[in-house]
Write a protein that binds this ligand. Sequence first.
Ligand SMILES: [Zn+2]
Length: 148
Amino acid sequence: MLYEPPLYYVTIEETFDVIKRAHIATGHGGRDRMIKELQRKYANITTKALELFKSLCEECQKKRKRPMTKGVMLRPILSKEFASRGQVDLIDMQSMPRSNFKWIVMYQDHLTKFCIHRPLHTKRATEVAFQLVDIFLLMGAPAVMWNV
Ligand SMILES: [Zn+2]
């Protein structure tokens, strides 16, 4: 039998340090180099988290020298009721699939920030809708729903 090293699940508190270590170890490496470094050891570091870390790294920003977009004003949306507004997002886990699950659908209630996650094999509309219907049966369908 082949020896397979264990894969670790990183808690939210540890994620920053784990990504930082991989980013430094790869010499301020980009997303793909960090994935290569991390997927041998960890099971739940998302591509999006790596991209976010890279985009916020001070050293990498100095190297880029491209001015950051500024002056974007966002007006916050206020919700008054639970389950009246909801946000849907897909988390890309293709770089670290587990038993054919390659995506996670995330639904968040806007007022309470309550989150529900469901694993997906694909990001096909039918599969996402199937999970959303189940979530709506649990907590009610929102009047407004959006995707970031
Ligand atoms: Zn960097």
